[in-house]
Ligand binder design. Structure first.
Ligand code: MBD
Ligand code: FE
Length: 284
């Protein structure tokens, strides 16, 4: 028998890692608290909750279930997951409503800045014999006026063929399937990777319990996460999906838009599939 201990992926482990990651990001952001705005937003949020309690005659038993569930979400570290799955899509909708360039969508809980820097045509860091269909993801970064953008970068991160993200699930090498690709002087890039699998929200934590209790499903369609940026332009955070993939039409995180669905064809080199997608960035 092997004496290698294979750690299991758990909701609490990925939740704790996501919480840590979020906290380290927050350290660099200045607190910006306007009393009047906090008053308005929190008062309206509470008023909406009061209204629901009255309309549905919420009982003490239900109130106690809510209380214990909320406590457990914190203990599992699943606040980043909960918020990004069920609220972030509307924050993104509001934040990007005036953009003219490529569509954005939610960042989700599993972004890590400063992934390894890679050349304009590159293979993402991956294990020997990484499972999954080979995928060449290529394109160009341009400005809204059509100008190719030199100095552009495309950050990419995605799940493996089992639906797991490096740094958030055990037994994966650091930076697996993550990279910062520096496009060439015409904004062109070509990224060799593998197609990610659909992602299932951990079923053994509080978010999983909510999903089961409500009779929902726990799936996100297979997706690539991306951040494209260039000097003098606004960074766009987005995701791309695969036509015909499961749950493209019923993403638990409500983060699919028609413009974000890729339709890869057979790869020119005969290995797997390839697709071209161009990013159009708004001016800063
Ligand atoms: C993911 O991979 C993801 O992208 C989001 C938004 C939530 C949970 C897992
Ligand atoms: Fe994701």
């Amino acid at each position: 028998m092997s004496d290698i201990i294979t750690e299991q992926a758990t909701a609490a482990a990925s939740g704790t890692a996501a919480t840590e990651q979020f906290r380290s990001k927050q350290r660099t952001q200045a607190a910006d608290v306007d009393t009047k705005r906090v008053d308005t937003l929190v008062s309206e949020l509470l008023a909406a909750a009061h209204d629901i309690i009255r309309r549905h005659k919420v009982t003490y038993a239900e109130y106690d279930v809510l209380k214990s569930w909320l406590i457990q979400v914190g203990e599992d570290g699943e606040w980043p997951l909960f918020l990004d799955v069920w609220l972030e899509h509307v924050v993104e909708e509001v934040a990007n409503e005036n953009r003219e360039g490529s569509k954005g969508t939610i960042e989700g809980p599993y972004y890590i800045p400063d992934a390894p820097i890679l050349a304009a045509e590159a293979t993402l860091p991956m294990r020997d014999g990484e499972e999954g269909t080979a995928l060449l993801f290529q394109g160009q970064v341009r400005s809204v006026d059509g100008t190719p953008l030199s100095g552009a970068t495309v950050e990419i991160w995605h799940a493996d063929n089992d639906g797991y993200y490096s740094q958030f699930a055990p037994n994966l090498p650091e930076w697996n399937l993550r990279g910062t690709v520096v496009a060439d002087d015409r904004g062109n890039f070509g990224i060799h990777t593998i197609e990610p699998a659909p992602y299932q929200i951990p079923t053994d934590g509080s978010c999983g319990r909510l999903i089961a209790a409500a009779g929902w499903h726990a799936w996100r369609p297979a997706h690539l996460h991306l951040k494209a940026s260039a000097p003098g332009h606004q960074l766009i955070t987005t995701q791309l999906y695969f036509k015909g993939g499961s749950h493209v039409a019923d993403d638990i995180a409500s983060a699919v838009k028609p413009e974000l669905i890729l339709d890869p064809g057979p790869a020119a080199d005969g290995d797997g599939r390839e697709v071209t997608y161009d990013f159009v960035l708004d001016k800063a």
